[in-house]
Ligand binder design. Structure first.
Ligand code: OOG
Ligand code: MG
Length: 262
């Protein structure tokens, strides 16, 4: 850690105001090049605490930058994690107002919910699958609070990994019947295919992303609780959206999710 506690709280406040006012700010590391990874996660924690103090619940956890497509698109190559707010969850068919967002993009993901908590280190794909209660198709709406959607790893971690909204599909309880690496995903914007991917695009297997999350949390003395949603990261590159756009994502064997931006 390099930053004193009051600076952590002040930077968290600046980021949260940017989110709540849909008004972008410059990258935190432009002003504070000394920020390290521990500071960045501490700022993210302070945002979570500020939301919790106002009664917002955490619904889950997310991994980011877990596919080659996302790493190439954002130019940041380390997987990162953040949290999902309960009041940012939406159902398929939802209307999403772009007025509350800065420069939203959508990305197709696979979600897990566990029946047992998972603790690193040494968590592996098999441990994740044995602990899984169900799988869901999920679409994340990301919205960086930084100008031009440009950031480095520390800045995007502090900004809760650009988390903004997420749309979750139906539950698939029969986990063993799903061939997750070969599960094909196709994202259409206004009827035209804009991105395609598969489960294997997420670290070779989306359960590897959950295992990595357990191991990353474990290194900070934390764990993945049971019953929370875990989003494993965009399998495809993120696609920018504007008012009027309709997004539909089809997942082989997991159904479809759609949303209308207004
Ligand atoms: C950072 C968040 C990445 C994912 O699924 O890769 C992420 C960003 O690209 O803005 O959520
Ligand atoms: Mg994501």
């Amino acid at each position: 850690m390099t930053l004193p506690a009051p600076s952590i709280v002040a930077l968290a406040h600046r980021l949260e105001q940017a989110e709540l006012n849909a008004a972008p700010i410059s990258m935190l590391t432009d002003e504070h090049p000394e920020i390290d990874l521990a500071d960045a996660y501490a700022i993210q924690d302070a945002i979570r605490d500020a939301k919790a103090a106002r009664g917002a619940n955490v619904r889950g956890l997310k991994m980011g930058l877990t596919s080659a497509a996302k790493i190439r698109q954002m130019g940041v190559s380390e997987p990162i994690y953040g949290f999902l707010n309960a009041d940012h969850a939406l159902h398929s068919g939802a209307e999403i107002s772009t007025a509350q967002l800065i420069h939203p993009k959508v990305e197709a993901e696979i979600g897990f919910v566990l029946k047992h908590p998972l603790r690193g280190p040494d968590c592996q794909i098999e441990d994740v699958l044995a602990a899984t209660a169900y799988i869901v198709a999920a679409v994340e709406v990301i919205d960086s609070r930084y100008q031009d959607f440009r950031f480095d790893a520390r800045s995007v971690i502090a900004d809760n990994t650009s988390a903004a909204r997420y749309v979750v599909g139906e539950r698939h309880l029969d986990v063993t019947s799903l061939d997750l690496p070969h599960l094909k995903i196709s994202l259409r914007k206004n009827g035209i295919v804009a991105a395609v991917g598969s489960g294997a695009d997420v670290l070779g297997h989306p359960a590897a992303s959950v295992a990595m999350l357990a191991n990353m949390l474990g290194s900070r003395g934390r764990y993945i609780p049971a019953e929370v949603l875990i989003m494993t990261g965009g399998a495809t590159e993120a696609v920018p959206v504007h008012a009027g756009d309709c997004i539909t994502v089809d997942y082989d064997g997991l159904g479809s999710i759609s949303m209308q931006f207004t």
